[in-house]
Design a protein around this ligand. Structure first.
Ligand code: SF4
Length: 510
């Protein structure tokens, strides 16, 4: 993989100016977390609360729990973190045998109470239905038209893809079909990335799209079952991992045990970014521990993009496993050069103007005693817009670092994600700041823009090999522009991607 080195005559950051703005800069935003539990006799709302705690990193804008007691479903949801939305009296009021929960980050629809999940709809026969969704649908326009024709939604209200899905599922109940049959008939029409947990108050259901883009696992309690986006949420409630919900599989759990049906053939294309950044390091995806993958990516990065340095430090926390791997393979000592103010990025209070000028210092503080006079190798999980890296490098230099060599544990992000992750528009991605197709020129431009002494990325092949998964079973679209499920309807970024793809085709053809 190419490594760009600082030209001693070039002042850092002289090519492109990317001022740090903490409203403009963000890591790739996680999508959502879903959780479901069937456990009569247990405090299912509290189990869900703690499950959602383990999934908080997947969405921090809203949280909700729906509880069913066999007769009706009660939903409580609001904007905010799990700990802000729920307290003991609220959880005490949510009594039942079955619960589903959701943590939300907005990837489609606005961040409003109406769009918080679980969604609730009532079927024509009076059956309550609640649903939580992780992912993004790409044929939401078609589904909305169908729901509109059936009189289930008002398009003027701009219903979210999840609301439309819930309305269609509820509407399919009747004429001898229960929610399981309704889902089995509807899901083959639904295109896009989805992991669903849903319930009619009596049975817990879960389904995963045929590509298995997002993870979803089944766990066993002593007296019940759990379904969760990540295995770390099974661990926190004391459930043992049984298996994943297979791509294209619909399951139902109640007093008869676990039933399963296939509504589509599996065509596995798991999101590689779950391994790189999104999932918790203590989670296991398709039998592979996420922390192990990140360590291995770090080792691979050290081989592919070696650096001369005195100390390897991570950008905490997401860069830490890869930095440890880099240190192991390079022989350069590992150290903590920055301390993360872990919760400030998750507050809903806007900083004052004076505080805002501190920029990255609100989130990260350098350890001067550790880094002064050192040649640092700074390992981060990804570069999206580049603003954070630029601010971090400036901060490290001000704290006395002699040199700052940046190594990135994922390839350059050049394409937006339409399957549930919010990166940025194609024009905002720093890897697209240079129009040249020459990889070395692109890396050099990014290096210069962020002000590093050198910059190196792990290769796509190196990243894929670190997962130990076959490349044909992974989605790599944000790195290579090959979208396994195609592009969404009526989406301005998809139009841009069409143009980018057409431009590349033209160049290949000439
Ligand atoms: S485009 Fe990237 S982030 Fe989105 S599903 Fe594919 S690999 Fe994951």
């Amino acid at each position: 993989m190419h490594v760009a080195q600082l030209d001693q005559h070039t002042s850092p950051g002289s090519v492109v100016n990317y001022p740090y703005d903490d409203h403009n800069e963000q890591s790739p935003q996680e999508e959502c977390g879903v959780f479901g539990v069937w456990a009569p006799g247990e405090e299912v709302a509290k189990l869900t609360y703690f499950g959602l705690f383990a999934l908080q990193h997947r969405g921090q804008e809203a949280a909700g729990i729906a509880v069913g007691d066999g007769e009706q479903i009660l939903v409580f949801k609001d904007l905010g973190l799990v700990s802000q939305v729920f307290d003991e009296p609220i959880l005490e009021s949510l009594q039942g045998d079955i619960a589903i929960g959701h943590t939300r980050y907005t990837t489609a629809g606005g961040n409003s109470w109406e769009n918080a999940q679980p969604m609730f709809r009532m079927a024509p026969d009076g059956t309550d239905v609640a649903l939580g969704h992780n992912g993004n649908l790409i044929n939401h326009v078609q589904l909305r038209e169908k729901a509109t024709e059936l009189g289930l939604v008002d398009p003027q209200q701009k219903p979210s893809d999840t609301d439309v899905l819930t309305a269609l599922l509820a509407n399919g109940i009747g004429d001898g079909d229960d929610l399981f049959e309704s889902a089995r008939k509807l899901l083959p029409e639904v295109r896009g990335a989805y992991c669903l947990t849903f319930t009619d108050g009596h049975t817990l259901y879960a389904a995963r799209d045929p590509y298995g883009i997002r993870p979803l696992s089944i766990g066993r309690l002593a007296r019940g079952w759990v379904v969760a986006s990540e295995t770390s949420a099974l661990d926190i409630v004391g459930a043992s991992l049984v298996r994943e919900v297979e791509p294209g599989e619909l399951i139902a759990i109640d007093e008869s045990g676990l039933r399963s049906t296939r509504f589509a053939e599996t065509n596995r294309k798991a999101c590689v970014f779950e391994y790189v950044y999104l999932a918790r390091p203590d989670s296991v995806i398709k039998g592979r521990n996420v922390n192990e993958v990140r360590l291995e990516i770090g080792r691979t990065l050290a081989r592919e993009a070696p650096a001369e340095g005195d100390l390897v430090i991570p950008t905490p926390d997401s860069g830490t496993p890869a930095a440890v791997g880099f240190a192991q393979a390079s022989g350069i000592p590992f150290g903590q050069g920055m301390v993360k103010n872990a919760y400030v990025g998750r507050t809903f209070i806007q900083p004052s103007d004076t505080l805002r000028q501190l920029g990255i210092r609100l989130k990260l503080n350098p350890l001067r005693e550790v880094i002064a006079g050192k040649r640092l190798v700074v390992v981060d999980d990804s570069i999206v817009r580049g603003n954070t890296q630029r601010a971090v490098i400036r901060m490290l230099r001000e704290a006395g670092a002699a040199e700052v060599h940046v190594r990135i544990a994922s390839p350059p992000v050049k394409w937006p994600c339409f399957y549930g992750i919010d990166f940025a528009t194609p024009g905002e991605l720093i890897a697209n700041a240079v129009t040249s197709d020459n990889e070395e020129e692109m890396v050099e431009a990014v290096r210069s823009a962020i002000g590093a002494d050198s910059l190196g990325y792990v290769s796509i092949d190196g990243m894929v090999a670190s997962t130990t998964k076959p490349v044909e079973e992974l989605c790599l679209a944000c790195f290579n522009g090959h979208y396994p499920m195609g592009l969404p309807e009526a989406n301005p970024n998809a139009e841009l991607v069409f143009k980018m793809q057409a431009g590349r085709q033209d160049k290949i053809g000439t």
